[in-house]
Design a protein around this ligand. Structure first.
Ligand code: URA
Length: 472
């Protein structure tokens, strides 16, 4: 009997040379103990890598190699032996083996591969980063995968959150990304991750706002978001309350839908939200009727966001101005023109961005014929939060650019201090990167030419972070 220890047991680069040596030495599958991660219980035998080769390395189909890489990440202690059995049979002449789905070894390998795929998908969906206090742009997350998938999934996070410094800790292994390379280390414990941060409130608000009680299907929900992940998801705290209230909310929605005339909709009623998957056009249609706060009445219309459905950058302003209110489009007045100028100066194309506002109706004081801009109150921002979160959930941008304190607080939470925290990357709990800077109208309000010039330079400096890293 030969013994083989794959170390680490999920690593294809560790398994392949051992399997190759065994195959070339003609060692049959029953003659190897693939002790893997259960080594301590086995009697050590002669090592495989010391055997002289008796035959040439056989050629193996590439789909076997990708199957093996996935299966190795499964926790099943028999997986190394299973893979070697498959490899042996292929080398012995069963070339089309992997196409025989009824073969018990092939079936078992496919089941393991699928379980690893599912686990990887869950990890991509349910990792939630928390900001590390006192460290700029640094985030950590705790996750408990069912299988050994960290090495497999880490490159996804490196691509998705390339601009952040982050670490993900699991019970068996951890990984760190410093903006340039991944470094793996030992496992950890849930307490390694800091307690709640302010952005979790925003995440809860987001989830409560996009939750559609009429679509509630707890079984499906548990399949998509299994309960074992709930404890690490800030939004999961909302679920029991939302589920409990769902019946009443659906009845309420049904009653409201039964009232046909717009005039009969009470002033403060929040229009039912479409699901994010229904897209931005559905969100825009629903918001056009919104009367969740009193601003709808004096305003001409709801000014919803606009831009491509696949925009990677979402720009959030404060509220529409006079011109935006009349034309029904965001950022078409003086602030929009200044923003256009800044983007053009940096070579950024506005038409690729999605532009919207924290508040969707124009708030103003009427002075004779003039309508003078008035800042929205917290209640207006709060009432509109559901639309902003729906836009975010429908678009799923890579980057959110907040212009001004109102936008930044609507996205990053009420504790955000614009002047201290502008011009650097922040992140939402799902990792979406957020940059906050001043509002163009603040630049326009600077009366002193030197102050205005300096405000403009600072604005351009902040926006430069939107440029790809290779650009000068
Ligand atoms: N200011 C904003 O914040 N948004 C607009 O759409 C226009 C001006």
């Amino acid at each position: 009997m030969y013994s083989a220890k794959v170390d680490p047991p999920w690593d294809g680069a560790a398994w392949r040379p051992l399997a190759r040596a065994a195959l070339r030495a003609g060692v049959a599958p029953p003659d190897i103990d693939w002790s893997g991660d259960a080594q301590a219980t086995l009697m050590p035998g002669p090592s495989l890598d010391s055997l002289p080769p008796l035959r040439a390395t056989p050629r193996v189909p590439s789909d076997f190699l990708s199957l093996a890489d996935a299966v190795l990440c499964h926790r099943d202690p028999q997986r190394h032996a299973l893979l070697y059995r498959l490899l042996w049979r292929i080398a012995e002449g069963e070339r089309g083996l992997l196409e025989r789905a009824t073969d018990p070894d092939v079936r078992r390998a496919q089941v393991l591969e699928k379980a690893v795929g599912r686990d990887s998908h869950k990890m991509k969906a349910f990792v939630r980063f928390r900001a590390v206090p006192g460290h700029d742009n640094t985030f950590v997350a705790w996750f408990e995968p069912a299988h050994y998938i960290l090495d497999r999934v880490a490159p996804f996070f490196a691509r998705r959150f390339a601009g952040m410094h982050w670490a993900i800790s699991t019970p068996y292994r951890s990984v760190r990304w410093d903006g340039a390379a991944l470094a793996f280390g030992p496992g950890g414990a849930p307490g390694d991750v800091p307690a709640e941060d302010a952005q979790e409130d925003a995440w809860r608000i987001y989830y409560a706002n996009i939750f559609n009680p009429a679509r509630l299907n707890p079984t499906m929900m548990r399949q998509e978001m299994p309960q074992k992940y709930w404890k690490n998801l800030p939004e999961a705290a909302e679920l029991p309350r939302l589920i409990q209230g769902a019946g009443a909310r659906v009845r309420d929605m049904a009653e409201r839908e039964a009232q046909p005339a717009r005039r009969r909709i009470p002033e403060r009623v929040a229009t039912p939200l479409p699901a994010p998957s229904e897209g931005l056009a559905a969100a825009r249609r629903a918001a056009s009727d919104c009367r969740a706060c009193p601003l709808w009445q004096p305003a001409t219309q709801t000014v919803f966001g606009e831009g491509p459905d696949d925009a990677r950058v979402m720009v959030v302003g404060e509220q529409p101005g006079d011109e935006e209110d009349l034309r029904g489009r965001p950022f078409v007045g003086p602030s929009g023109k200044l923003l256009d100028q800044a983007l053009a100066e940096l070579g950024l194309d506005r038409s690729t961005f999605y532009l919207t506002n924290a508040v969707k109706h124009f708030r103003f004081d009427q002075r004779g014929k003039a309508r003078l801009h008035r800042n929205p109150d917290a209640l207006h921002v709060q009432a509109c939060q559901r639309w902003l979160m729906l836009e975010l959930a429908s678009l799923r941008p890579d980057i959110v650019l907040c212009l001004g304190a109102t936008a930044a607080r609507a996205v990053l939470g009420p504790g955000f201090r614009l002047m201290q925290e502008r011009g650097r990357w922040h992140a939402l709990p799902d990792g979406t990167r957020v940059l906050a800077t001043v509002h163009p109208s603040w630049i326009l309000r600077q009366r002193d030419p030197a102050a205005r010039e300096s405000a403009w330079r600072g604005f351009l400096h902040d926006l430069r972070l939107l440029l790809p890293p290779s650009a000068p």
